[in-house]
Structures are given as structure tokens and as C-alpha cells.
Design a protein around this ligand. Structure first.
Ligand SMILES: [Zn+2]
Length: 273
């Protein structure tokens, strides 16, 4: 059985394994294998992990990796047979130069705060940076802007107590593309977001074009396993009791919590397909 922390959030192992460990025990294969034996491919296309409708196959012919594409909500996700292990994922994270010394990295966050947070954050006093990484750079900048900021990361800042508080603002930068079951994780974040709270996310939107997707650099990071467009994010918002209030058509989206998620009618069963 998977071990979940006291807040109910996924442990680092679950983060990559997925939500239902009993299911995953027989489902997941570990190790990132670019030479995947094609006999390991899924026999049928899985349901969309966002809207639960059938997907169609979107194979990477060069590296022989299967993705699944939902034509309704436009979500694309990697087949679970080729996911990297949690250990491999952590190793890859540590290779990134995500430090305050990296000017480009700092500029990215400053732009993010200026564009996605400041215009919507008059009421914001408390913040959580979810998936902060090994150096909580964004959190330190948010602090300087006057937001009282906590951090959580399943690999680098596993502070379950920070997931039992509530916040006016939750940020998740370069996080969504790593989630096996994004609706499961986001639903938990929505629960700790105060009414009218802001959720600001950053993840590069995919081109929604089969040919362009084949050449898309963003998916060459093997830890990037799920890809979104504004259509996807709008669908997610509706299911989560959020409103998509802004996006830049490239990589940034801003949500606001409109109603308690537990009162959403027809609350979707968020389970692995
Ligand atoms: Zn879908």
C-alpha cells in the first residue's frame, strides 16, 4: 500500500506512482526505456485523465513513446508504461540550474509574479509554493513582495504540515507537466485554497498539432509527462470549482476559486482510468 502523509497528499513515491497504489502495483513498470518494446504498449487507449472521455494514440515515432491525446479537452499524457521512476525524476531535477544565480530563472519568476499574481492579488496575504524544487526561489521572491509564503515539494520540502493550512494564493510552476494524475493533486490544492483564492500555474502549453508535437522540445525532458492547453485548463477549472480568469496563451494560467469544490455538482470520480 502507498503511504500517504497526514494531510492526505501523495508521498514522493506516490507522486510518480499515481493515486491508487493497488491499481498501480500491477500497472506500472519502472525505468525510462527509450527502446520500449512495442509489445508493452497499451492494447486499448486509456480514458482522458481530465475529462474521462476516450483518447486516441499519439505515438512518438522517433523514440517509440506512446502518448494519448484527448480531442475534447486537448490534454496529452505519456503512456504509463514509460514513466520514469521517482528516483530518476529526482536525479533529473537536481541537474537543473534552478538557483538564484541563474539570471534567466530569476527573470522567469519575476515575470510570472508581475503578470500572473500582482494584478489578481490585492487580497492575498498567505501563499503556498507547491512543488518548489530544491531551492525555493519563487517563495523567497513572494516573501519580498509581502506574501507570507510556505513551501511544499514531495522531494525537496516535504512539509505535510504546510498542506493542512489554507492559503490565499497557491503557485505551481513547472509542476503540472510532472503529474500522473493532475486532477487528483489539484483537487487537494483547491481544498486548501481560501474562497476567492488565486492559483497561478506555469507549464508550457502544447501546440495541439500532431506534427508540431513531434518536434516539440518541451517533451524531451522524460519527467514531462502531461501537457495542457487553455482548453484543457478551462475544462479542469470547471471540474474543480475554479474559474480560469487569465492565461497568456503560452505557459501561464491564473485560476480563482469561486465555490467550494465539495459542492460542485456531478463531482467527478478522480481515479486512474
Ligand atoms: Zn479530455
Amino acid at each position: 500500500m502507498a503511504v500517504r502523509n497526514s494531510s492526505g497528499f501523495l508521498s514522493p513515491m506516490d507522486w510518480k506512482r499515481g493515486f491508487d497504489s493497488d491499481y498501480n502495483l500491477c500497472k506500472f513498470q519502472y525505468g525510462y526505456n527509450l527502446q520500449l518494446n512495442m509489445s508493452q504498449r497499451s492494447l486499448s487507449e486509456p480514458l482522458c485523465k481530465i475529462c474521462n472521455l476516450p483518447t486516441h494514440d499519439l505515438p512518438d515515432l522517433q523514440f517509440r513513446i506512446d502518448y494519448h491525446h484527448c480531442t475534447l479537452c486537448e490534454y496529452i499524457f505519456m503512456d504509463e508504461s514509460v514513466l520514469v521512476s521517482p528516483e530518476e525524476e529526482k536525479t533529473i531535477y537536481l541537474q537543473h540550474e534552478n538557483t538564484p544565480d541563474n539570471e534567466g530563472y530569476m527573470q522567469m519568476f519575476n515575470d510570472f509574479i508581475k503578470w500572473a499574481i500582482v494584478p489578481h492579488a490585492d487580497h492575498v496575504k498567505t501563499a503556498l509554493d507547491f512543488g518548489c524544487g530544491p531551492g525555493p526561489v519563487l517563495a523567497s521572491i513572494l516573501q519580498k513582495h509581502g506574501y507570507r509564503t510556505e513551501v511544499y515539494d514531495p522531494y525537496f520540502a516535504e512539509n505535510p504540515e504546510n498542506l493542512s493550512k489554507t492559503y490565499d494564493l497557491i503557485t505551481a510552476t513547472e509542476v503540472l507537466e510532472h503529474l500522473i494524475h493532475p486532477m487528483v493533486e489539484l483537487k487537494k490544492l483547491v481544498r486548501i485554497l481560501n474562497p476567492n483564492g488565486i492559483m497561478a500555474v506555469m507549464t508550457l502549453f502544447h501546440p495541439n498539432d500532431t506534427s508540431a508535437f513531434q518536434d516539440w522540445w518541451y517533451r524531451r525532458d522524460p519527467t514531462h509527462i502531461g501537457f495542457f492547453t487553455p482548453i484543457t485548463l478551462k475544462k479542469m477549472a470547471g471540474l474543480l470549482g475554479l474559474e480560469l480568469i487569465d492565461h497568456d496563451d503560452k505557459r501561464i494560467a491564473v485560476f480563482q476559486k469561486r465555490i467550494p469544490v465539495d459542492t460542485v455538482q456531478n463531482e467527478m470520480e478522480i481515479t486512474p482510468e
